[in-house]
Ligand binder design. Structure first.
Ligand code: XMP
Length: 477
C-alpha cells in the first residue's frame, strides 16, 4: 500500500512573482461559481443554519458573491428565505404585496410584518390601485379597526410600464416619494419601484444579479425524502442555483440525486458535494453537475476526520479536483478550512474558482442567532450541520418536536457546536477577505484569478517556516 502526501494551507506558501500591479484596484476578482453563473468576488456563504438565511444571502450578493440558504428549514420556510432575497433588490418588484382597501389597519400591520415590508399597495375589488399604506400611515394609528381606505394615501404618483430606472429616479425625486407603483393602461398594478432599490444599484456596483436585476441566491437540498419537492419550491421561489449537499458526496445517494434533479429540472443550475478526490469530482461531473464542492473534514467545526478517520487535507483535495474540473470545464468550490484571506488565496491558486466560508462569516450581524455575552465578551453560536444541536433543530422542524423516544445515543455527530466572537457586519469581513486576495494576486504577479492559477508556484514549508510566517518574538496587542 502506498501513502499519498496530503497538504493543506499551513503546509505551503505561494512563491512571490514579479508584479506590474501598482494598486489593488487593478486586480479583478470575477470568477465562475458554476457552469453558467459568474460572480464578481470568489466568496460564497456556507449553507449552514448558523450562517446563511436571507440576511446573509442579501449581503453576500450585494458584495458580488452569493449565499446558500441552508436546508434545516421546512420547505416553505426555505423557499420564503429565497423569496426574501429576491425581493430585497431589483430594478422593479414584479409582484408587490397588495391589500384590499376594505381590510383593517390591523390586517395591514399583520401582513406587512409577515412579509417584512414597510408598505403595501392598496387595491379595490377589481384589483385596481387605489392607494398606498406605509409604516408612517400605520405606526401611530390608534384605532386599528379603521379601514385601510380611510387611512391610506390616496393620490398615488404612478408610472407606466417600461419606465426606466433613470426616469423612475427623477419621478421619485420630483415628488419626494419613496415608492413608485407601475400601472398598466387599465390601471392594474404591473410592479413597484422603490427609492431604496434605485440607490442600491449605485451603492453596490459589484452586486451579483439575475437577468431581472435581482440578487443571486442559492439554496441547499438533501438526498433523501422530499428533495424533489424542495427543489421545485426553491426554483419556484427564484433560487438561481441549488447545491446537493451531503457529507459524503462521492456516493450513490448524491449521484442519484443529481441525476434525478437534472432529469426533472434540466435547466436547474446544480452544484453537488462534498468530495475530496478527483474520482469523486469526476463522478459528480459525469452525473451532470455544474460545479463541484470540495472539502471533507476540513471545516472548523468538523469532526469527520476524528470520528471516521476519513478525509483529505484541503489544499491537496482542491488541487486534485481542480485538475479534473479543468478537463471538463467545471468550476471547483473549496469548502471548509478557510481562516484567513491567505488560505482563500491559496485555495484559488490551487485551482478553486470560489471559496465557501463558514466560521469566518458566523458571529456576524447577518448570521442567524442572537448575540450572547460571556465574561464581558460577545459571541454567537456557530455549529456543524452534523452536530447534535443542528440535528435536533432539524428534527423538531420536521416533526414539530423532539420526542423522548428518540434515542440520541444512536446519533453519531460529525460536527461540534461552538461559539465564535461577535464580529459586526459581514461587509467588513468581506472587505478584508477580498482585499487580502487582491494583494495575493499581486504577489503572484497576476491581474485575475485565472492568471494566478497559471502563475502559481507553491513552496512546501517546514514547521520552522510556518512559525516564521506567524507574528513571532513579539507580544501582539
Ligand atoms: P469553515 O471552516 O469555513 O467550514 O467553518 C464550513 C464548512 O464545514 C462543513 N460542515 C461540516 N463538516 N461536520 C463536518 O464534517 C459538520 O457538522 C459540518 N457542518 C458544516 C461544510 O462543508 C461547511 O460549508
Amino acid at each position: 500500500m502506498e501513502f499519498k502526501e496530503g497538504l493543506t494551507f499551513d503546509d505551503v506558501l505561494l512563491v512571490p512573482k514579479y508584479s506590474d500591479i501598482t494598486s489593488r484596484s487593478q486586480t479583478d476578482l470575477s470568477t465562475k461559481l458554476s457552469r453558467n453563473i459568474s460572480l464578481n468576488i470568489p466568496f460564497t456563504s456556507a449553507n449552514m443554519d448558523t450562517v446563511t438565511e436571507s440576511a446573509m444571502a442579501v449581503v453576500m450578493a450585494r458584495a458580488g458573491g452569493i449565499g446558500f440558504i441552508h436546508r434545516f428549514l421546512t420547505i416553505q420556510e426555505q423557499a420564503n428565505e429565497v423569496l426574501k432575497v429576491k425581493r430585497s433588490g431589483s430594478v422593479i418588484i414584479e409582484n408587490p404585496y397588495i391589500i384590499n382597501q376594505d381590510k383593517t389597519v390591523q390586517d395591514a400591520i399583520d401582513y406587512a410584518n409577515e412579509k417584512e415590508v414597510s408598505g403595501l399597495l392598496v387595491v379595490d375589488s377589481n384589483s385596481k390601485l387605489t392607494g398606498i399604506v406605509t409604516d408612517r400611515d400605520l405606526l401611530f394609528e390608534k384605532n386599528t379597526t379603521h379601514l385601510i381606505k380611510d387611512v391610506m394615501t390616496k393620490d398615488v404618483v404612478t408610472a407606466k410600464s417600461g419606465t426606466s430606472p433613470e426616469e423612475a429616479k427623477e419621478i421619485l425625486h420630483k415628488h419626494r416619494i419613496e415608492k413608485l407603483p407601475i400601472v398598466d393602461d387599465s390601471g392594474s398594478i404591473a410592479g413597484l419601484i422603490t427609492s431604496k432599490d434605485i440607490t442600491n444599484i449605485a451603492a453596490y456596483p459589484l452586486a451579483s444579479k439575475d437577468k431581472k436585476g435581482r440578487p443571486l441566491v442559492g439554496a441547499a437540498v438533501g438526498v433523501k425524502g422530499d428533495f424533489l419537492e424542495r427543489t421545485e419550491a426553491l426554483l419556484g421561489a427564484g433560487a438561481d442555483v441549488l447545491v446537493v449537499d451531503i457529507a459524503h458526496g462521492h456516493s450513490e445517494n448524491a449521484i442519484n440525486t443529481v441525476r434525478n434533479i437534472k432529469k426533472a429540472y434540466p435547466d436547474c443550475e446544480l452544484i453537488a458535494g462534498n468530495v475530496a478526490t478527483s474520482h469523486g469530482a469526476e463522478d459528480l461531473i459525469k452525473a451532470g453537475v455544474d460545479a463541484v464542492k470540495v472539502g471533507v473534514g476540513s471545516g472548523s467545526i468538523c469532526i469527520t476526520r476524528v470520528i471516521t478517520g476519513s478525509g483529505v487535507p484541503q489544499l491537496t483535495a482542491v488541487m486534485d479536483c481542480a485538475k479534473i474540473g479543468r478537463e471538463y470545464s467545471i468550476p471547483i468550490i473549496s469548502d471548509g478550512g478557510t481562516r484567513t484571506s491567505g488560505d482563500a488565496t491559496k485555495a484559488l491558486a490551487a485551482g478553486a474558482s470560489s471559496v465557501m466560508v463558514g466560521s469566518m462569516l458566523g458571529g456576524t450581524d447577518e448570521s442567524p442567532g442572537t448575540v450572547l455575552t460571556k465574561n464581558g465578551k460577545r459571541f454567537k453560536v456557530y455549529r456543524g450541520m452534523a452536530s447534535l444541536g443542528a440535528s435536533l433543530g432539524r428534527k423538531s422542524k420536521d416533526s414539530g418536536s423532539v420526542s423522548f423516544d428518540d434515542d440520541l445515543n444512536d446519533y453519531v455527530a460529525e460536527g461540534v457546536e461552538a461559539m465564535v466572537p461577535y464580529k459586526g457586519t459581514v461587509t467588513d469581513i468581506l472587505k478584508q477577505l477580498t482585499g487580502g486576495v487582491r494583494s495575493g494576486l499581486s504577489y503572484c504577479g497576476a491581474h485575475n484569478i485565472t492568471q494566478m492559477q497559471d502563475n502559481a508556484e507553491f513552496i512546501k514549508m517546514s514547521r520552522a517556516g510556518f512559525a516564521e510566517s506567524q507574528p513571532h518574538d513579539v507580544s501582539v496587542m
